[in-house]
Design a protein around this ligand. Sequence first.
Ligand SMILES: [Zn+2]
Length: 210
Amino acid sequence: MTSNSVYESWTLPAIREELKKRNANVFEFYDTIYACGTTEPEFKMDVPCQNKYKDAHVGMTGNFPQFTMKRLTEYLSLYCRDFDPKCKDMYEERYLRCYRVCTNPENGLTFILSIVWAEMKKSVTYKVDLSLYENGVVQEVHCKCGARQVPSALCKHFVTVLYASFRVFQAGIVLSELSCTQVLQTFHKANSHKGSPLKAHHLQTICEKI
Ligand SMILES: [Zn+2]
């Protein structure tokens, strides 16, 4: 790659010195050119207001886009990719923190908002936005992770949400993270004994020692 910049060969101290001489701030300069639109803006998707979304439920299946597994693989094939079974595992292991749906009757689009745990770090989550046409064709997608800043890139979070959309279309249910009220309390259950079993006459010996 060639560059015409005359400053290309400058060292960092020389650039610092020149900025000082000109009383310039490199961040202000960057902000100015960004505001003028001379740099590529971050890929952004227009989505409905968050309060218009509802959690996916069985009653939704009638209106949900016909997002079949065929639609999913068709979309991935646009980027020469096959479906990664790891994304199915991530879905079944409840990597989705939430899966919310908003249908716009005016343009027939269905928007999906999901929060997905990062595959490796369980302390990091990414927001995934997806819009589908009624026939299940993907209109637009966006994931907050670095990979999806480029519209043509694919990441596991997004593919996991696509797979979840197939499951919603199929059964109207989605496997998301369990909240504390969804897990049965267990404090009344006795802990299982993990020690070695003792013979009864040894118990007698222990009692005598006490
Ligand atoms: Zn992602």
